[in-house]
Design a protein around this ligand. Structure first.
Ligand code: ADP
Length: 621
């Protein structure tokens, strides 16, 4: 017998599960049954697709039994099984990098962490909540030897050779004080019905039935061993919609999606005709913490004629819909579809494209309830924006679904509402980009728009900078970034143009002072209270974008901003008559530097800036 230590991370995970999931301890049944069902799925697939495995016996079932005296509970399956190496790999280490990330996120605050665990799924180790020892006896399909893995969940486990007549796995829990209530027929039956009713394999419960016959002193106790099938064993998504209640959908989601919360919504489609397939999609209430990690695994399973094929195909739905969980089951695909074939399969491509439309439609319906939609949008809205540049085909539908902060509305604004609020002379949808909502809301760039009562969308997510330029239009209205030099052109009046002309000499002098630091100095009609602001040329990345590119290690050529001045502002007016060249230069530099500050851009020589500022203060006081 070999004694081994768990990986440190397993220990952390075990500790956390045992201490934070207490109020939901019955879910260990769901987790073990779901593992058994996965193991049956895997063997079924092999016997159908792998020549070498076609002759393996396959009698799929899950058997649950308990011994009230010994206080044990066993869950046995006839699935794929595990050999010695599998046991070490699967139960002794945390093989999946997702789990590693999960452990890295733990805060030690039980309440927060148990939320995390809900998003993550708890797996096999949840059985240590109710057991002080767990034995796993397993024999891999096609192999002769069986192995026993045993542990008390306290840092070590043992592996030794064992006996098992057929392939499969038996997990036996030696129930602790908190677990003894589960050595009970009614308890187990009700938990199975609640969580695992629609696992596609039969679950049998073995128990001892006690009856009494006769009266008084003739009364006899009759014990009888019984086996009942306790679940429907029908794939839920294949059941007729009219036969399914909300509760059925919710329970199925929780069993298969490892979520402790109800889903936000689900969409069940049973397509018949030229193509026959079923999809059952779920949107969770909360976004999983690792949604933006590169190794995030979407919770979507592909079945072919009810045979599980894969849950590891990132292409079943477009990347931006990776938060959608559930099942796709096709009647028209061959069972032995390989990964490569899946990628370019016509049937799957069609299912994918109608599924996307269906889901976007569903989100549209959800958007009619503002409160619900805002909650959904808070979790997943960013992904819909990703969709704007990933999914050209559905861009129009997505444009109806995205929301932005805005100067014209509380909370989030949709583009349809923006359009309704547009001024008669307004030709574009204006937006401002930058890092901080507050800075943007007070940016001098907004002044003219505010004066003219024109709404501006506030885009404070770096993603907006990437997405918006590629979008171009909503219906036939162009998007315009007001961080750019020409956005204000169309709003210029005759008077603006005259003032611009008058400002030409001062502009020239300012440009001479600033030299290479700016691309241009221009008069602008967009300012009213501020003397100046910075914008970028139409084709150049904005200041924030440059920061972003730099952070990603892409050092492009240095992009120079354009300094726009307000020709009617008091300071500019006074500047026109300043004769002292050094005073003019100081004032010009200070104007440029304050504009940089407002943009959140760094000042190259802060020491010089402070010197200038102090000299100005000295003069003014
Ligand atoms: P998950 O099911 O999320 O992968 P678990 O901790 O529940 O995580 O299980 C870890 C691994 O152990 C599984 O991925 C599977 O490979 C293996 N395993 C668990 N239970 C069984 C079983 N009954 N039959 C075969 N393999 C199993």
């Amino acid at each position: 017998m070999a004694t081994r230590k768990f990986e440190t991370e397993v220990n952390q995970l075990l500790h956390l599960i045992i201490h934070s999931l207490y109020s939901h301890k019955e879910i260990f049944v769901r987790e073990l049954v779901s593992n058994a069902s996965d193991a049956l799925d895997k063997l079924k697939y092999l016997t159908l697709t792998d020549e070498a495995c076609k002759s393996l016996p396959f009698d799929p079932r899950i058997d649950i039994s308990f011994d009230a005296d010994k206080k044990t509970l066993s869950i046995a399956d006839t699935g794929i099984g595990m050999n010695e190496a599998d046991l070490v790999e699967q139960l002794g280490t945390i093989a999946k990098s997702g789990t590693r990330n999960f452990v890295a996120q733990l805060t030690g605050d039980a309440k927060k962490d148990s939320n995390l665990i809900g998003q993550f799924g708890v797996g096999f180790y949840s059985c240590f909540m109710v057991a002080d020892r767990v034995d796993v006896i397993s024999r891999k399909a096609g192999e002769d030897k069986a192995w026993q893995w045993s542990s008390d969940g306290k840092g070590e486990y043992e592996i030794s050779e064992a006996r098992r007549d057929t392939a499969g796995t038996t997990v036996t829990l030696h129930l602790n004080e908190n677990g003894q209530e589960y050595a009970n027929h009614w308890q187990i039956e009700s938990i199975i019905k609640k969580y695992s009713n629609h696992i596609p394999f039969s679950i049998y419960l073995h128990y001892e039935d006690i009856r009494y016959e006769g009266k008084d002193k003739d009364r006899k106790e009759i014990k009888e061993q019984k086996i009942d099938k306790v679940n429907e064993a029908s794939a839920l998504w294949k059941c007729a919609k009219k036969d399914l209640k909300d509760e059925d959908y919710k329970d199925f989601y929780k069993t298969t999606g490892h979520d402790t919360e109800d889903p936000l919504l689900w969409v069940h489609t049973q397509a018949e005709g030229t193509m026959e397939y079923t999809t059952l999609f779920y949107v969770p209430k909360k976004a999983p913490f690792n949604l933006y990690y590169s190794d995030f695994k979407p919770g979507l399973k592909l079945y072919v004629k009810r045979v599980f094929i894969t849950d590891d195909d990132k292409e079943l739905l477009p990347h931006y819909l990776r938060f959608v969980r559930g099942v796709i089951d096709s009647e028209d695909l061959p069972l032995n579809v390989s990964r490569e074939i899946l990628q370019q399969n016509r049937v799957l491509a069609k299912i994918k494209s109608s599924s996307v439309k269906k889901l976007l439609d569903e989100f549209k319906t959800l958007s009619e309830d503002k409160e619900k939609y805002d909650a959904f949008y808070k979790e997943f809205g960013r992904l819909l924006k990703e969709g704007l540049y990933q999914d050209y085909e559905n861009r129009e539908a997505l444009l109806e679904l995205v929301r932005f902060k805005s100067t014209g509305a509380e909370g989030f604004a949709g583009l349809a509402q923006y359009k309704e609020r547009m001024q008669p002379e307004q030709k574009a949808i204006y937006y401002i980009t930058g890092e901080h909502e507050e800075t943007l809301r007070h940016s001098p760039l907004l002044e003219m728009y505010q004066k003219k009562n024109i709404e501006v969308l506030i885009m404070d997510d770096p993603l907006d900078e990437l997405v918006m330029p590629s979008v171009g239009r909503y219906k036939d209205i162009e998007f315009k970034s007001i961080n750019r030099s020409d956005a204000a052109e169309e709003l210029k009046t005759e008077q603006d143009k005259q003032e611009e002309k008058q400002a030409e000499p001062v502009i020239k002098r300012m440009k001479d002072v600033l030299g290479d630091e700016v691309k241009e100095v221009k008069a602008s009609a967009r300012l009213s209270d501020s003397p100046c602001c910075l914008v970028v040329d139409e084709k150049d990345p904005t200041v924030q974008m440059q920061g972003l590119l730099k952070a990603m290690g892409q050092d492009g050529p240095e992009i120079k901003p354009i300094l726009e001045i307000n020709p009617t502002h008091e300071i500019i007016k006074k500047l026109e008559s300043v004769q002292d060249d050094s005073l003019f230069a100081d004032a010009t530099r200070l104007l440029f530097e304050q504009a940089l500050l407002i943009e959140g851009a760094p000042i190259k020589k802060p020491v010089d800036f402070v010197k200038r500022l102090n000299s100005m203060l000295g003069r003014a006081l």
